[in-house]
Ligand binder design. Structure first.
Ligand code: GLC
Length: 542
């Protein structure tokens, strides 16, 4: 298989008989710096992940997605990569990655890597070469532009972490483009050599046995080739991220990006049963385009609607479910996300009681769920003292609450110094949440709710793979049915802190959140404040 072959390969879906693992299974995101340290330096590592696979198997997830562990100057904590085909010594080495892949597979767990194709580190040899001169053979691997006619940046494009997206390279008098930090220059995906090199990166890891990729900022990979100014956003609220002053019309979600996604997918299709996941902050009608024509794009374009929605109420959630289901293309498999390393923790956004309801929804809605590590403990955002702030998003635009450190603090494994995470000083301070070991022994803990929900999904395939129907709202209660040939289940969740009456079919309660209710139900019932129920319906009407 040569690089050239891959570029022109036709995306022939490699469908195995029956549902794929990424449809049946549940994904768990690990932010490796904060999961488990084994070296005593206060930062998590690959050996730590291997050590904790037992926990993940006990919890009942099926796949792990590991945020970047490649060599990096860490100006964006690994999302600035200086070598795509190695491991940063902070996390271990290639042998540790091989050991992790083997150990995960031995336990029946899949391993998904983060793939960051939009930009490299400015220390990547490709960029070092590219910036050497205008005549460099790699000049066109990045996005260079002359100054505007009157001098200054070529146009008004803004970086995601504040300031212009253009940085002047003094030596050549030319500007390079960076969607994020000046230390993260964007690759030029219009260049076929870049595509070939980056597809070789995919193959490197696929051949090592990884089961798929989460593609960083998939929708930003192509920029307007006429470099037109972005329009002002009339809805911009002063005080927000300065990037939001403009609508990223010419810097994101450009039509040509679909072709690149299809080419990535074609690379994966040369291997059996691999998954392509896209990070995509887009409205639903645009999001679903990333499934690609006839399913030739990403299998899981991340659906962030529960992560980005304003407020939290039954009506809005019902509308989200209905609109999403309607928008999916034929064969397009849904997915749901509640949290990640870039957004405030769900328990901080909606409170600890509703975080249980959100967990129940995440694990019963139709589609692949992704759990962000620590959400299964109900972790809240940690308050970071000024001196401990690490995230460039906060440091570059201070005081706007843009920092992501609060949701990146170390996992709490046990009580006491080091929290079972490290024997050293943790890279970010610990939060005050109840650690895993204490929750494991408490049948009413958030952790055990997650574990029981995950067990229910295995026991009732209708929850993982069945149809969703009868999405309804009664006051603050959202309800829906999941069913397949074998079973029908009704999920009822009260999204408010007060009682609310709802109707239900006759059945048996399998699991309750925020209540001890059990036994049979029939007809009407009043859900107590913040209550959630999974009910096995006695008889399915034809
Ligand atoms: C993605 C990552 C985020 C990172 C950014 C730039 O949004 O999730 O953490 O800062 O891309 O790579």
């Amino acid at each position: 298989m040569t690089g050239d072959n891959v570029i022109s390969a036709v995306a022939a879906p490699n469908r195995a008989p029956g549902p794929a693992w990424w449809q049946k299974g549940v994904i768990y995101q690990i932010y490796p710096r904060s999961f488990q340290d084994t070296g005593g330096d206060g930062t998590g590592d690959l050996k730590g992940i291997t050590k904790r696979l037992e926990y993940l198997q006990w919890l009942g997830v099926d796949a792990i997605w590991v945020s970047p562990v490649y060599p990096s100057p860490m100006t964006d904590f690994g999302y600035d990569i200086s070598d795509y085909t190695d491991i940063d010594p902070l996390f271990g080495g290639l042998a540790d990655m091989d050991a992790l892949i083997a150990a995960a597979h031995a336990r029946g767990l899949k391993l998904i890597l983060d793939y960051v194709p939009n930009h490299t580190s400015d220390q990547h040899p490709w960029f070092v070469e590219s910036r050497k001169s205008r005549m460099s053979p790699k000049r066109d691997w990045y996005i260079w532009h002359d100054p505007a006619a009157g001098g200054g940046a070529p146009n008004n494009w803004l970086g995601n972490f504040g300031g212009s997206a253009w940085t002047l390279d003094e030596a050549s008098g030319s500007y390079y483009y960076h969607s994020f930090l000046p230390t993260q220059p964007d690759l030029n995906w219009r260049n076929p050599q870049v595509r070939a090199a980056m597809f070789n990166v995919l193959k490197f890891w696929l051949e090592r046995g990884v089961d798929g990729f989460r593609v960083d900022v998939m929708w930003m990979m192509i920029k307007d080739d006429q470099f037109r100014d972005n329009p002002r956003d009339p809805n911009y609220v002063p005080g927000g991220s300065s990037h939001d002053r403009l609508i990223p019309l010419y810097t994101a979600d450009r039509p040509e990006v679909q072709g690149i996604v299809a080419e990535m997918r074609a690379v994966l299709n040369e291997f059996a049963e691999r998954v392509l996941i896209g990070e995509l902050y887009l409205p639903v009608d645009r999001l679903v385009a990333y499934y690609g024509a006839d399913g030739s794009g990403a299998q899981l374009p991340f659906n962030f609607q529960l992560l980005t929605m304003q407020g939290w109420d039954a009506q809005t959630i019902a509308q989200i479910i209905i609109n999403y289901e309607r928008a999916l293309p034929p064969g397009g498999w849904p997915n749901w996300v509640l949290g990640n390393h870039d957004r405030p923790r769900i328990a901080s956004r909606i409170g600890p009681a509703q975080a249980r309801i959100a967990a129940m929804l995440l694990l019963t809605l139709r589609g692949t769920p992704t759990i962000y590590m620590g959400d299964e403990l109900g972790m809240v955002n940690t308050v970071i003292p000024q001196a401990d702030i690490r995230d460039p998003a906060e440091l570059r635009e201070p005081g706007k609450n843009l920092g992501r450190d609060p949701e990146r603090t170390p996992f709490l494994w046990q009580p006491g110094p080091g929290a079972g995470f490290t024997t050293g000083r943790p890279w970010l301070p610990f939060g005050n949440d109840t650690p895993m070991s204490m929750q494991r022994d408490d049948p009413h803990s958030m952790l055990n709710l997650y574990r029981q929900m995950l067990a229910l999904r295995r026991r009732y395939p209708a929850l993982a793979l069945g149809a969703v129907e009868a999405v309804g709202v009664s006051g603050s209660v959202l309800s829906f049915l999941r069913w397949d040939g074998g079973a029908a289940l009704q999920i009822l969740v009260n999204t408010a802190d007060q009682d609310c009456a709802a109707s239900t079919q006759a059945g048996q309660i399998l699991l309750a959140a925020n209540s001890a209710r059990n036994g049979a139900v029939s007809g009407g019932l009043t859900l107590t404040a913040n209550e959630g129920l999974v009910v096995l319906i006695d008889e399915v009407a034809d």
